[in-house]
Write a protein that binds this ligand. Structure first.
Ligand SMILES: Nc1ncnc2c1ncn2[C@@H]1O[C@H](COP(=O)(O)OP(=O)(O)OP(=O)(O)O)[C@@H](O)[C@H]1O
Ligand SMILES: [Mg+2]
Length: 292
């Protein structure tokens, strides 16, 4: 079955309508070795008028609970489409997506993960605090309570004192942190982050990576992070999956053997350099492949 798309993007960073998020009670009923997320032999095709555009083909991956997985691949290879499928916004034509070992239809995945799409999608007419609390409010939490919960975490997200300002008055890095806060506040144990730092300058990006790795090392939610930046992937992730050009499929898996907590000084380590080389090679950016 092909997908005919209206590309549906959620109106807010998370899609929450009426679906139960993962919670510890649910997780504890499953054996620990069951992966949080399994994508099996997934294929997706966009069909417009009479043109078929295969975007993903036979793509498989798994994510353990609490794992940080990075996805890297050329522009247009289907990374955002993959996150859309996992979030339940698109039904693939083939393959399946399992959550805690249970096969799911797209509609059943809506609201099960916290999705931060490629653009931060802050609402310009809402204050920083109101934007941060939005996903909770959409999930049915009373406005006052949602905002109180959000307000408590403003300092941790480097936003203290900016509760009452509007997105246009924030820097790019701050906007991203508001979007992160909104995503994290859902309490879901799977975060889907689509190039969260793509629009930031190099210095802000480096600072935000350090900030995110610190946040993750405290919270340990499972993360699927899409990035174009090899160093970002190695610095943040436990594993990096390299995707081929469209139609995207996994062509390489790199297990990152760097200690945690991650420190910026690790980028100078030979291990870091080796991982970078392997990934660049898998991306075909070092000339001839050495392992094929
Ligand atoms: N709604 C849509 N209808 C038809 N084709 C689409 C639609 N959305 C994306 N595509 C096409 O599908 C392919 C994959 O798009 P996708 O956004 O998933 O790529 P990506 O890997 O996220 O790219 P980037 O790294 O540039 O964000 C592209 O060729 C794109 O033009
Ligand atoms: Mg994309």
């Amino acid at each position: 079955m092909n997908v005919r798309l209206p590309r549906v993007r959620p109106a807010v960073a998370t899609s929450v309508a009426g679906e139960a998020p993962f919670d510890t009670a649910v997780q504890s009923r499953h054996p620990v070795e069951t992966p949080l997320l399994e994508v099996r032999h997934l294929s997706a095709t966009y069909e417009e008028r009479r043109t078929r555009l295969p975007v993903l083909v036979d793509l498989s991956l798994t994510t353990a609970d609490g794992e940080f997985l990075a996805l890297i691949g050329p522009s247009g290879c289907g990374k955002s489409t993959l996150l859309d499928v996992i979030a339940g916004l698109i039904e693939p034509d083939q393959g399946e997506v399992r959550l805690h070992g249970v096969p799911t239809a797209a509609a059943q995945r809506l609201g099960r993960s916290a999705y931060m799409p490629q653009r931060d999608l802050l609402l310009p007419w809402r204050t920083t605090l109101a934007n941060a609390a939005l996903a909770l409010e959409v999930a049915g939490v009373k406005r006052r309570q949602a905002r109180a919960v959000a307000r408590e975490r403003f300092a941790e997200f480097g936003l203290a004192g900016f509760e009452g300002v509007y997105p246009a008055q924030l820097s790019g890095g701050m906007r991203q942190r508001v979007a992160f806060l909104r995503t994290v506040l859902t309490g879901r144990s799977l975060l889907l982050l689509d190039e969260p730092f793509g629009a930031l300058d190099a210095l802000t990006r480096t600072a935000m990576q350090a900030w995110l790795v610190g946040l993750w090392e405290r919270e340990r939610q499972a993360v699927l992070l899409v990035t174009h930046d090899v160093d970002e992937a190695v610095f943040l992730a436990d594993r990096v999956l390299v995707l081929s050009a469209r139609p995207g499929t996994v062509v390489h898996e790199e297990r990152v053997a760097l200690p945690r907590p991650r420190r910026r000084s690790l980028v100078a380590e030979p291990t870091f350099g080796n991982h970078r080389t392997q990934i660049l090679d898998a991306l075909g950016l070092l000339g001839e492949r050495t392992d094929r």
